[in-house]
Ligand binder design. Structure first.
Ligand code: AKB
Length: 316
């Protein structure tokens, strides 16, 4: 039976992925870890700073971990405030995961890459899997390097590392922190609370996005796929949907016709303008059968229903 370690388990994706892994493999087979314990968490939890190689080694050895989902990272917008620290943290944690996995025989490693690997010199519509990768953010630079190191460990040490270039992830369960795509989560909270929203991107800025259930399912499906089917050992392009702020506002207005939005682009506009508008994920579809389930309107309905329930329970 698998024993699965999740780093960054209290983060936006980590919290939801950990629950899905607990459901599939049994709560006792999933070890959630993060810098701090989240009081509402149920299951096996280890406080872990992944920059600490020895601490990671101890946990992997003690639990005889067979798979690692390494989600701990600093994202695109936050990373720009401290570029060298972002590089240091994103890379040292990944090196620690790669080395411990190689030395202690972890069977599979999942490493999240991102649409942030792309830069302004790619075709921004339906961006191909094999594109020139010249990112503008240090987060993107660390993801490009991470993809290449994943490929290196696979070829040199036969370490089974798998990766996805996530679009912006949207979910109701937890808040993202420090990304350029975060507006698309915050906007639902404001709409449901009946408050106006101030958007930090221009109304027409189209970006690839994905609903969190699709993102979690993609990560788990990639990790279950037979190794022989995988032709990409850097990271797979993955698409869910693509939309701009004005399109998400139109979708939200179907439920909240009086929702008010103003646009005040800040430094994140330049980052968003350097990213694709849509993604060609045909390799993921061919190699491991990827198919998203949610489009903008189905996602809006689920987000609004769940956030309504959440805010009603907070008030009650
Ligand atoms: C970000 O905006 O930094 C992330 C990402 C696209 O990787 N959501």
């Amino acid at each position: 039976m698998e024993r699965i370690l999740v780093t960054g388990a209290s983060g936006q994706l980590g919290a939801v992925l950990t629950k899905a892994l607990q459901l599939k493999f049994g709560a006792e087979h999933v070890i959630a870890s993060d810098l701090q314990f989240n009081k509402s968490f149920k299951g096996v939890f280890e406080t872990l700073d992944v920059t600490n190689l020895e601490a990671l080694k101890t946990i992997v050895g003690t639990y005889k971990v067979t798979r690692i989902y390494h989600l701990a990272a600093i994202l695109s917008a936050k990373g720009e405030a401290t570029p060298l620290k972002t590089w240091e943290i994103n890379m040292s944690t990944f090196f620690n995961v790669l080395e411990v996995s190689r030395l202690l025989g972890v069977e599979r490693v999942f490493f999240p890459s991102s649409i942030a690997v792309f830069g302004p010199n790619v075709s921004r519509m339906n961006t191909p899997q094999s594109s020139n990768l010249s990112p503008l953010t240090v987060y993107g630079v660390s993801k490009v390097a991470g993809e290449n190191w994943a490929n290196y460990y696979f070829n040199k040490y036969d370490l089974d590392v798998r990766s996805i270039r996530y679009p912006g992830i949207i979910g109701h369960q937890s808040l993202p922190g420090g990304g350029t795509t975060d507006y698309a989560v915050d906007i639902y909270h404001k709409a449901v609370k009946g408050e106006p929203f101030d958007c930090f991107l221009k109304a027409s800025t189209r970006l690839p996005m994905i609903y969190i259930d699709d993102a979690v399912r993609a990560s788990m499906e990639l990790m279950e796929a037979p190794s022989k089917n995988l032709s990409v050992r850097t990271a797979y392009n993955l698409a869910g949907m693509s939309f701009s702020p004005e399109e998400i506002v139109r979708s939200i207005k179907k439920s909240y016709p009086n929702f008010e939005v103003t646009y005040r682009p800040d430094f994140r506009q330049k980052i968003a303008d350097s990213w694709p508008m849509s993604i060609d994920d045909s390799k993921a579809r061919e190699d491991w059968g990827w198919k998203p389930k949610y489009d903008l309107d189905t996602m809006s309905q689920v987000m609004i229903d769940n956030l309504k329930r959440y805010y009603n329970s907070v008030i009650a």
